[in-house]
Design a protein around this ligand. Structure first.
Ligand SMILES: [Zn+2]
Ligand SMILES: [Zn+2]
Length: 828
C-alpha cells in the first residue's frame, strides 16, 4: 500500500462512482427524500478555493444524508446567460456560447476533480433552448394573468454607445464603462415588467414559514426589501393655485414639523412650479442636470444631498401654514409619490438636508416623560406630540391614528399601505439572454408568440458591438416575422430577459431536466420539494431569493405545484479570505482549486475548508494549516496500512463490530468509550449544528487515541474503531475513506453505508446511583453518568418510569440536583 497518494486514489474512486452511477437518484415516494442544493454558479473565470467552500459544505450534507438512509437529490447546473459572456465575446472576437461552454467545461472538470457527489444526469445549462423555452412559456402565462406588462421606465443611456447600460456598466459614479469621459444619462424607454408587487403581501406573510429554517438576518433583509409601511397620503395645496402635491408618510403625527415639501426632479409638477419664478432659467438647467444623474439606487442613497427652492409654497392642510417647495436629488419618483414632507427634527435624511440648506428644525415630538432628546440629533422614536395644535399631548401612536382619520374625514388625506418592493424590470437590450416571446403587428398590436412556436431561439450569429440598439434588432431574419394572428408582416420583440429569470426556477427543472412537454412534471416536483437545504452566498439574500419565492407562488397559482416557498432551509456560508481580503481574481490572492488538488489532493482541500472555520464564519486561508490537514490524512492512512495483514477480518461485519464488541480490558473499554463519545458528538455536529470543524477536531483526537492504544487492544476492537473513524470521515473526505474502507475488507462503496449510531452504554463514562427524594423521602433511584451535568440528571429523573407516580399528588415546585449525591424534589 505504501505512501498516501491522493491523486491516484481520488481518480480511482471518482471513476468507480461514475461507472456505478452511485449518486443518481429517482423520485420514490416510498423513501424519505432530501434535496440539498448549492446555488448554481455563473461559469466565468477559473474556480478557486474560495468557491469550493459552498460546494464542499453541500457535499458533506448530501453524503451524510445518504448515509442516514435518505433518498438524496444533489444536482448541479450553470447560470449560463449574462453580460460578462457578451462582453468577453466582444473583446475576444468570439461567440458568447463558445466562451460560456468553455467555462462550463472547465467548471465541470474542477467540480468532478473534487469528487462532489452530483447526479450529473440532471445537469442543466440555462443558455440552451431546451431550458429557456420554459422561461418564455412562464412569461406567456404571466402575460395571460396580467403579471407581465410593458411601461416606460428609466434606464442608463450612454450617448456615445447609443445603448442602454446595465447598472454594472455605469462606473466612477455615473460614467460609461467604455467611454470614461462620457456621463451616463437617464432615459425613459418602454420595458417589460413582472408584477412582483401583486405578491407583496404573500411574500411578506410567508416569511413566517421560513423562520427557524432561514438565517434571521436574511429574513430581515427580505422583510425590509418588501418594506411594508402603513401610513397616510396627504394632499398639500400649492399656494395660489389649484394644484395639489401628494405625499406619503408613515409619520403623519410629525406633519406640524414639516419645514419643506421636497419633490423628485422628474415629478410631473416640477416644470409648472418653476415656471414664472425668479431665476427660472438657472433652476431649469439645475433640474436638467439632476435628472441626468445615475438611476442607481445605491448612488442615490450615498450621493451628496442636493436641491433648490422652487420659489413656491404649499399649505399645510392641518393649519394652513406656508411650507416652501423644494426639489431634491434624493427623492425618487419610483418610490412612493415622488414627493415627501421634510420633517428635519424627526428624520435623519431631512435633518441633513435642513442643516445644509438652513431650513428651520421645529420639534413636534418629545421623548416620553423623564427622558430628553439630544438637540443635535433628530429624534426618531415615538413619544408625545408637542406644538401640534389640537393633537399636542397625545402619544405618537394616538396622533397617527387620529390625524390620519381626520385627514380622511376632512378630505385632504387617506390611510394607506405601501411597499418598498417594486415590480421587476426584466427587459435587457442584450444578446445573451432569453428572447421575450412577443411580436408587434401593425394591425393587432402586441401579439404573444403561440406556445407551439416556442422556443423563440436566439439568432445564431448576431453582430455584437456593444453599441447601438439591441443586438437582436440587427438580425433581419430574427426580427421580421409573420403575425401569428393576421399573417401579415410583423416584428419580434428584441429585448431579452434579465438572467435572474433563469435562476428563479432552475431547481424545479433539476427534478425533470429533459421534459419537453412541460417545465417539469408536477409529481416529481411534489416529491422533491421544498429544497431541504439551500446553500449559497449572502450576496443573494435579496434579489435571487425574492424572485425565486415570487416565481414559486406564480407556479402554484398556475397549478404546477402546491407549496408556496421553494427553499425550506437556507444556509449562507462565510467568505474565504487570504491576506485579509476575500479571495478573488481581481485581488490577485486566489488559490486555484486544481492546483490544490494537484499538490495535496481534493480530500485535503475539502478537509481544510471544513476544518479552518465554522461554515458560517469567514475563513482566513493559511498554508500551514493545509499542511496540518494533509498530515492528518497521512496519519489515518498509515494507521490502516500498518495493520494491513490483519484485514479483512472476515468473520465480523462492520455494524456488528461497532455495536456489539464487548471490551475485554480497561484499555479496550477506554478506546471504545472514546470512539462512541466521538461518534455521538460528530453525529450531532453533522445533523444539527454543522460544526464540521469541531467534528474534525474530535476525529483527530480519536485518531490519536487509536495510535496510543493500538498494541494493547485486540484486532477486533481496533478494526471496529477504525471503521467508526472512517465512516465519520466519509462525508468530508470521501476518497480516502472509500479506499481505507475497502482496505478493511469491504466490497461495497460506503456512499450508502449507514452512519453508525453511538452505543450509549459504551459511550457512557462510569455511572453512579443517585437516590431521588420526594418531600424528604427516598422514592426511587436513578443511574447516571458520573460526569453528567445537573440538567442531564434532571432529564433522566423526570424521564424515569417512577417519576410521574411520585409527583402526581401536587405540582413540582422545585427539583434540586446535588451532583454525585442526591436529587430532591419538592411537591406541593
Ligand atoms: Zn459609452
Ligand atoms: Zn397581425
Amino acid at each position: 500500500m505504501g505512501d498516501y497518494k491522493p491523486q491516484e486514489i481520488e481518480t480511482k474512486w471518482q471513476t468507480r462512482w461514475a461507472e456505478n452511477r452511485v449518486f443518481e437518484s429517482e423520485a420514490d415516494p416510498s423513501k424519505p427524500k432530501y434535496y440539498v442544493l448549492e446555488m448554481l454558479p455563473y461559469p466565468s473565470g477559473t474556480l478557486h478555493m474560495g468557491h469550493m467552500r459552498n460546494y464542499t459544505i453541500g457535499d458533506v450534507v448530501a453524503r451524510a444524508k445518504r448515509m442516514r438512509g435518505f433518498n438524496v437529490i444533489h444536482p448541479m447546473g450553470w447560470d449560463a446567460f449574462g453580460l460578462p459572456a457578451e462582453n468577453a465575446a466582444i473583446k475576444n472576437h468570439t461567440h458568447p456560447r463558445i466562451w460560456t461552454n468553455n467555462n462550463i467545461a472547465e467548471f465541470q472538470r474542477v467540480l468532478r476533480r473534487f469528487g462532489f457527489s452530483y447526479d450529473w444526469r440532471r445537469e442543466i445549462s440555462t443558455c440552451e433552448p431546451e431550458y429557456y423555452r420554459w422561461n418564455q412559456w412562464f412569461f406567456l402565462r404571466m402575460l395571460e394573468r396580467g403579471l407581465a406588462y410593458r411601461k416606460k421606465s428609466r434606464v442608463n443611456w450612454c450617448p456615445k454607445c447609443c445603448t442602454v447600460l446595465a447598472n454594472e456598466q455605469v462606473v466612477n459614479g455615473g460614467f460609461c464603462w467604455r467611454h470614461e469621459d462620457t456621463r451616463v444619462e437617464a432615459r425613459d424607454i418602454e420595458q417589460w415588467f413582472l408584477k412582483t408587487t401583486a405578491y407583496a403581501e404573500q411574500l411578506l406573510d410567508d416569511l413566517k414559514q421560513l423562520e427557524g429554517g432561514w438565517p434571521e438576518r436574511v429574513i430581515t433583509m427580505q422583510r425590509n426589501w418588501i418594506g411594508k409601511s402603513i401610513g397616510a397620503k396627504v394632499w398639500f395645496e400649492v399656494a395660489d393655485t389649484k394644484q395639489k402635491i401628494e405625499i406619503f408618510t408613515t409619520r403623519i403625527d410629525t406633519i406640524y414639523g414639516a419645514s419643506a415639501l421636497i419633490l423628485a426632479p422628474n415629478h410631473p409638477l416640477v416644470s409648472s412650479l418653476v415656471a414664472g419664478t425668479e431665476d427660472q432659467a438657472k433652476k431649469e438647467s439645475k433640474l436638467a442636470q439632476m435628472r441626468q444623474s445615475s438611476v442607481k439606487m445605491e448612488d442615490i442613497a450615498t450621493a451628496e444631498k442636493d436641491g433648490f427652492f422652487t420659489g413656491r409654497y404649499a399649505l399645510n392642510p392641518f393649519n394652513q401654514q406656508k411650507v416652501p417647495i423644494w426639489i431634491g436629488n434624493f427623492v425618487l419618483m419610483e418610490y412612493g409619490t415622488g414627493a415627501i414632507m421634510a420633517v428635519p427634527a424627526h428624520d435623519e435624511r431631512d435633518f441633513d438636508f435642513a442643516k445644509k440648506f438652513a431650513l428651520p428644525i421645529p420639534v413636534v415630538v418629545q421623548p416620553p416623560e423623564g427622558k430628553s432628546a439630544d438637540p443635535n440629533q433628530p429624534y426618531l422614536e415615538y413619544g408625545v406630540s408637542v406644538n401640534s395644535g389640537p393633537y399636542s399631548g397625545l402619544t405618537s401612536e394616538d396622533s397617527i391614528e387620529k390625524m390620519a382619520a381626520d385627514a380622511e374625514a376632512r378630505g385632504f388625506g387617506k390611510k394607506e399601505t405601501i411597499y418598498r418592493l417594486r415590480d421587476w424590470g426584466i427587459s435587457r437590450q442584450r444578446y445573451w439572454g432569453t428572447p421575450i416571446p412577443v411580436i408587434y403587428c401593425p394591425n393587432d398590436g402586441m401579439v404573444p408568440v403561440p406556445d407551439k412556436n416556442l422556443p423563440v431561439v436566439l439568432p445564431a450569429n448576431p453582430k455584437l458591438t456593444g453599441e447601438g440598439e439591441s443586438p437582436l434588432a440587427t438580425d433581419p431574419d430574427f426580427v421580421n416575422v409573420k403575425c401569428p394572428k393576421c399573417g401579415g408582416p410583423a416584428r419580434r420583440e428584441t429585448d431579452t430577459m434579465d438572467t435572474f429569470v433563469d435562476s428563479s426556477w432552475y431547481f424545479y427543472r433539476y427534478c425533470d431536466p429533459r421534459n419537453d412537454r412541460a417545465p417539469y412534471d408536477s409529481a416529481k416536483a411534489d416529491y422533491w420539494f421544498p429544497i431541504d437545504q439551500y446553500i449559497g452566498g449572502i450576496e443573494h439574500a435579496i434579489l435571487h431569493l425574492m424572485y425565486s419565492r415570487f416565481w414559486c407562488k406564480v407556479m402554484r397559482d398556475i397549478g404546477l405545484i402546491n407549496h408556496s416557498e421553494p427553499e425550506a432551509r437556507l444556509f449562507t456560508q462565510g467568505m474565504v479570505l487570504k491576506d485579509g481580503t476575500a479571495m478573488s481574481k481581481s485581488a490577485g490572492n486566489v488559490v486555484g482549486a486544481l492546483d490544490m488538488a494537484e499538490r495535496y489532493g481534493a480530500d485535503t482541500g475539502r478537509l481544510y475548508t471544513l476544518f479552518a472555520a465554522p461554515p458560517e464564519k469567514d475563513l482566513e486561508w493559511s498554508e500551514e494549516s493545509i499542511e496540518g490537514s494533509w498530515r492528518f490524512l497521512n496519519r489515518v492512512y498509515r494507521l490502516v496500512d500498518k495493520h494491513k495483514d490483519g484485514y479483512p477480518i472476515s468473520e465480523i461485519g462492520c455494524q456488528k463490530t461497532q455495536v456489539g464488541t464487548a471490551p475485554q480490558s480497561e484499555k479496550e473499554r477506554a478506546l471504545l468509550r472514546k470512539a462512541h463519545q466521538t461518534l455521538r458528538r460528530v453525529g450531532q455536529d453533522f445533523e444539527t449544528r454543522w460544526h464540521f470543524n469541531s467534528a474534525i477536531a474530535q476525529i483527530m483526537e480519536l485518531t490519536n487515541a487509536l495510535y496510543a492504544a493500538e498494541e494493547s487492544v485486540s484486532r477486533k476492537v481496533r478494526q471496529g474503531v477504525l471503521e467508526i473513524l472512517i465512516l465519520m470521515m466519509a462525508p468530508m473526505t470521501p476518497h480516502i475513506a472509500e479506499e481505507l474502507w475497502s482496505r478493511l475488507g469491504h466490497s461495497e462503496s460506503l456512499a450508502y453505508a449507514s452512519f453508525p449510531q453511538a452505543d450509549q452504554a459504551l459511550a457512557r463514562t462510569q455511572t453512579v446511583t443517585l437516590p431521588v427524594q420526594v418531600n424528604g423521602r427516598t422514592r426511587f433511584r436513578v443511574q447516571v453518568p458520573a460526569d453528567a451535568s445537573s440538567a442531564d440528571i434532571e432529564q433522566i429523573v423526570t424521564g424515569h418510569g417512577d417519576y410521574a407516580q411520585h409527583t402526581s399528588d401536587g405540582s413540582v415546585e422545585r427539583l434540586v440536583v446535588v451532583p454525585g449525591r442526591i436529587v430532591n424534589i419538592i411537591v406541593r
